[in-house]
Design a protein around this ligand. Structure first.
Ligand SMILES: Cc1ncc(C[n+]2csc(CCOP(=O)(O)OP(=O)(O)O)c2C)c(N)n1
Length: 394
């Protein structure tokens, strides 16, 4: 009987050898240059209507983000998180999988949800926490979720979706489904223990899950270099025995190609794949953040030149797949649709305050009853501190 080696393979050396960063080169897949020119020889395999829809969805996401950051500044919603500059990482990856696949995201992947067909009204109802919000107003703005669209509800604690995605994908495999789970997260979330537990579980149990890390350089104000010393997040995938791709996250064609390839592998070999999408958070972390305190305008300008929407528009024009007049009309129609949906959602009543604690537990426990009574007294005492819609419900 042969000895077990406990590792993939063992070669022997007779000198002390240190294995360190840089020994394994992890290249970054890029198909479009920042000015929208195809790199390499192969024309990407993407059809015209998919390419046009990717551009439209990226544009919609940017318009939605701009509008909602303003809405927060005007005091109409409490909080917002923009994905400006990172639209390709979410939209082009969602475009490359099947609508039957599950998506478990962090909070900056509204582009993937827009791709799936979440409507402007649905976005707004959630953000205004009105009575149409399936979360019944219990979540902060941007914590979307939609069962029919196979989009798991977003939760704030970082990285919880990573082991959940491994488990969900394991279930898909056990059920014999031709489906995978696409799990998004940031490089900051990859510092959580859940990232390591989730990746190891997915590798050992051979779960058909794509882990897509948006490495946008910052976890709020903490730059990536203060967060880890290894070669990004890709090197960790290899460490866990997971097939790994590093991709230019601002190149929609590269993200699309990498994700489509990853999905094929995940289904064919029933295994996880890690994609590290190199991108940049052009936006502030959230409406509660001011990046001028921790990064330079010059750095931001460098990345503005790599804008995925500008890059993709240039390629579509070159390809003859873009009608500029209809794009301009489309853009103004999108602005109008977003604004109309916003105005409609803010007029809708919110749910009764009691919804905060009902249909969470079978029976409302005593401590939640006490809290809801105290809250109602507080609202009665300080009515001006609460939204008018809340007053109407009292
Ligand atoms: C467990 C946990 N710790 C800390 C936070 C606070 N927090 C919210 S977002 C964030 C940064 C996450 O950065 P990253 O994962 O890189 O995503 P990005 O915001 O850059 O898209 C932190 C620390 C949290 N939500 N959950």
């Amino acid at each position: 009987m042969q000895d077990r080696n406990h590792v993939a393979s063992v070669s022997t050396t007779h000198q002390v050898r240190i294995i360190e960063n840089g020994l394994l080169e992890i290249p970054m897949l890029q198909i479009l240059s920042p000015d929208g020119v195809i790199q390499g020889q192969d024309e990407p395999t993407i059809d015209e209507s998919t390419a046009q829809r990717i551009l439209e969805t990226m544009l919609f996401t940017r318009i939605l983000d701009e509008r909602m950051v303003s809405a927060q500044r005007q005091g109409r919603i409490s909080f917002y998180l923009a994905s400006t500059g990172e639209e390709a990482a979410s939209v082009a990856s969602a475009a490359a999988i099947s609508d039957q696949d599950m998506i478990m995201s962090q909070y900056r992947e509204q582009g993937a949800l827009a791709w799936r067909g979440y409507t402007p009204a649905q976005f707004m109802d959630q953000m205004f926490s009105n009575h149409n919000d399936p979360n019944k107003g219990r979540q902060m703005p941007i914590h979307y979720g939609d069962k029919p669209l196979n989009f798991m509800t977003i939760s704030s604690p970082l990285a919880t979706q990573i082991p959940q995605a491994a488990g969900f994908a394991y279930g898909q495999k056990m059920a014999g489904l031709d489906a995978i789970t696409l799990c998004y997260f940031g490089e900051g979330a990859a510092s959580e223990g859940d990232f390591h537990a989730g990746l190891n579980m997915a590798a050992v149990l051979a779960c058909p899950v794509i882990f897509l890390c948006r490495n946008n350089g910052y976890a709020i104000s903490t730059p990536a270099e203060e967060q880890f010393a290894g070669d990004g997040i890709a090197s960790r995938g290899i460490g866990y025995g997971i097939k790994t791709i590093r991709v230019d996250g601002n190149d929609p064609l590269a993200v699309y190609a990498a994700t489509a390839h990853a999905r094929d592998i995940a289904i064919k070999h029933a295994c996880p794949v890690l994609i590290e999408a190199m991108t940049y958070r052009l936006a502030a972390h959230s409406t509660s953040d001011d990046p001028s305190g921790y990064r330079s305008k010059k750095e931001e300008a460098n990345w503005q030149r790599k804008d995925p929407i500008v890059r993709f528009t240039a390629w579509l024009k070159r390809k003859g797949w873009l009608d500029e007049d209809s794009l301009a009309k489309n853009e103004s129609a999108m602005r109008q649709t977003v604004l109309t949906a916003l105005k409609a959602a803010e007029k809708e009543p919110i749910n009764p305050i009691d919804d905060l604690v009902t249909d969470v537990f079978d029976h409302v426990p005593w401590h939640l009853k006490e809290q809801i009574t105290a809250l109602k007294h507080h609202i009665q005492k300080y009515p001006d501190a609460y939204p008018k819609t809340a007053e109407r419900q009292q």
